[in-house]
Design a protein around this ligand. Structure first.
Ligand SMILES: Nc1ncnc2c1ncn2[C@@H]1O[C@H](COP(=O)(O)OP(=O)(O)OP(=O)(O)O)[C@@H](O)[C@H]1O
Ligand SMILES: [Mg+2]
Length: 233
């Protein structure tokens, strides 16, 4: 579904991502793990069209989408739940969701809103509340639901559990597991490497702007040197 080859993205002179290659197959859940500043966000933002790679290619469903706009990518079915959620604090839960559905045909929007209300009871209960009043965990669920409103075929998430209370981290991981069990294709950046490896079919380890390892959870976990050096604990 997604093929990334030799992707390099720079901030001015600095290459924050160098020669990254990866793939995500239909129905797969793929993790991206690695320390702070490794380039994980740079990679996802490059795939979502928020940053323009200087080298390499991105192919989505067989089509070269390198350098495409975020809107085009969203229309093609590639959605990002961004780092720090980026929900609209002054808008209600419903309004945030409607913005997420902006690229789908008008007739699809209400059925999708109904689906989100059913799938996310905490959001249904705060439907008309300004998103700024949501707890961190609720806001993260809103950010994920907003992305689902675009009916993505590939859902990318950047640190969905970051900054949440432990009980909310559990909620977010359960949500990712339920999306996985329904066959959603996902590419997920997570600091919580151990839990991500349990969840994912495969993962890539990113370090200093490069992909340094790839494998199943079991393979990466068994590589003690890798685990100690790159992931800590
Ligand atoms: N807008 C920017 N301008 C210049 N350098 C940047 C910018 N954004 C990120 N960087 C640098 O690029 C590198 C990769 O950053 P990135 O945010 O992609 O890492 P990350 O793996 O997502 O880290 P974290 O776990 O902290 O979210 C870091 O060295 C960072 O300082
Ligand atoms: Mg990041």
């Amino acid at each position: 579904m997604l093929e990334v080859s030799g992707l390099t993205t720079r901030y001015g002179e600095i290459s924050a991502l160098r020669d990254a290659s990866l793939h995500v197959g239909s129905g797969e859940v793929v993790g991206l793990i690695g320390p702070n500043g490794a380039g994980k966000t740079t990679l996802l933002n490059s795939l979502a069209g928020l940053l323009e790679p200087s080298e390499g290619t991105v192919t989505f469903d067989g089509e070269d989408v390198t350098g495409s706009s975020p809107e085009r990518l969203l229309r093609m079915g590639l959605a990002l739940v961004p780092e720090h959620r980026r929900i609209f604090a002054d808008l209600s839960v419903e309004e945030n969701l409607k913005i997420g559905g902006i690229t789908v045909p008008a007739a699809r929007r209400q059925p999708l809103l109904d689906e989100m209300a059913e799938q996310f009871p905490v959001l249904r209960d705060k439907w008309t509340t300004s998103a700024g009043y949501l707890s961190g965990g609720e806001a993260q669920q809103l950010a994920i639901a907003r992305a689902l409103m675009s009916e993505p075929r590939l859902l990318m998430m950047d640190e969905p559990s970051l900054g949440l209370a432990p009980v909310m981290v559990d909620v977010v991981f359960e949500l990712i597991a339920s999306l996985r069990d329904r066959g959603r294709t996902m590419l997920v950046v997570e600091q919580n490497a151990t839990r991500m490896l349990d969840m994912a079919d495969r993962a890539y380890v990113v370090r200093s702007g490069a992909i340094v390892a790839e494998g199943t959870g079991a393979e990466l976990r068994d590589d003690e040197r890798l685990f100690d050096t790159f992931l800590g604990n």
